[in-house]
Design a protein. Structure first.
Length: 313
């Protein structure tokens, strides 16, 4: 396929990613009068459209993810910006434009003065039977997002690191019983989390055990666990399964261009600035203590304003 290289125009800002961070950045950049191009490999709204119920965005409690997505897109469409359904494969300095950049996709090359990266992150999946079927209908990858939907019910958390431990402790406050299932004979979580869990009556840690299957007909009814020591399989009745084995940022295409942490997340300061002047990052793709819809949107607003300030310098 011949790649288009029409450089007749240069955008003020290219936003890579169309989730909540990208949509909010688009709104704020357009309000600031910037000429904006949004590049998204899937569809506007990103993974938010796949969330069954939203319980962590003020004013939209219990809203379907697709409904909130439509509201965000409707807001963005009040402004004039370009959108292309393409996947960014590389970003680099523009040799012909001082302080400018090139964003390369599988189809085109685009010129811009600033970039905001909002490509997000994906949860690491286990590949267990029933995982895909019940995702969003009992299987969750975010305890803070979905824990309230399982109030006074029994749930299972799969994992053994800090995220799994914190999820179990968080869920113990709202759920009747929390099973923490870990495949090794000891947890990788920090000791203070382990001590806290051991002193929490409604948390039961199940060691040397793996998730074999997530069971149910129309709704999630339980899990089938397998002991690594004996090979025995047995069922545990739960209403929800929280998979806490980590997340992976969508950052491979920028590796070597900007500074990433050991897990591949983009390092930024409080203004969403990366180590490359003129390049910003927002939302789940950046190093952050909390990854929620509201924090992604807040990041997007800050990043757009920082891009505006960079252009006005």
């Amino acid at each position: 396929m011949e790649m288009a290289t029409d450089f007749s125009r240069s955008y003020d800002c290219i936003i890579i990613g169309g989730g909540p961070a990208g949509i909010t950045a688009t709104i704020y950049a357009c309000r600031a009068g910037l000429d904006v191009l949004v590049i998204e490999k899937l569809y506007e709204g990103g993974q938010l459209a796949n969330i069954h119920k939203v319980d962590n965005y003020p004013g939209f409690c219990g809203t379907e993810g697709v409904e909130l997505t439509e509201k965000l897109i409707e807001h963005a469409h009040q402004y004039a910006y370009e959108f292309v359904n393409e996947e960014a494969t590389e970003i680099k300095k523009d040799p012909d434009l001082e302080n400018g950049f090139l964003v390369v996709t599988e189809k085109n090359i685009y010129k811009t003065k600033t970039i905001i990266i909002t490509t997000g992150a994906k949860p690491k999946k286990l590949g267990a039977k029933g995982e895909e079927k019940f995702t969003g209908r009992g299987v969750s990858f975010c305890a803070v997002c979905d824990g309230a939907f399982f109030r006074d019910k029994d749930v299972a958390v799969i994992g053994g690191g800090n995220t799994a431990a914190q999820d179990a402790l968080y869920l113990s406050r709202v759920c009747r019983k929390v099973y923490l299932v870990h495949r090794r004979d000891k947890l990788r979580a920090e000791n203070h989390f382990i001590v806290h869990m051991e002193n929490t009556p409604n948390i039961e840690i199940i060691y040397e055990t793996v998730l074999d299957e997530i069971c149910g007909k129309d709704t999630l009814e339980g899990v089938k666990l397998k002991s690594k020591k004996t090979g025995e399989k047995y069922n545990v009745s739960v209403s929800g399964v929280f998979i806490a084995t980590g997340i992976s940022p969508d950052s491979d295409f920028m590796r070597g261009f900007i500074d990433l942490d050991d897990s591949g997340f983009v390092r930024t300061d409080a203004y969403m600035r990366t180590n490359v002047p003129g390049v910003f990052a927002a939302g789940d793709v950046r190093t952050s203590p909390l990854r929620q819809i509201i924090t992604a949107s807040a990041d997007g607003a800050v990043a757009a304003d920082s891009a505006r300030a960079y252009l006005d310098r």
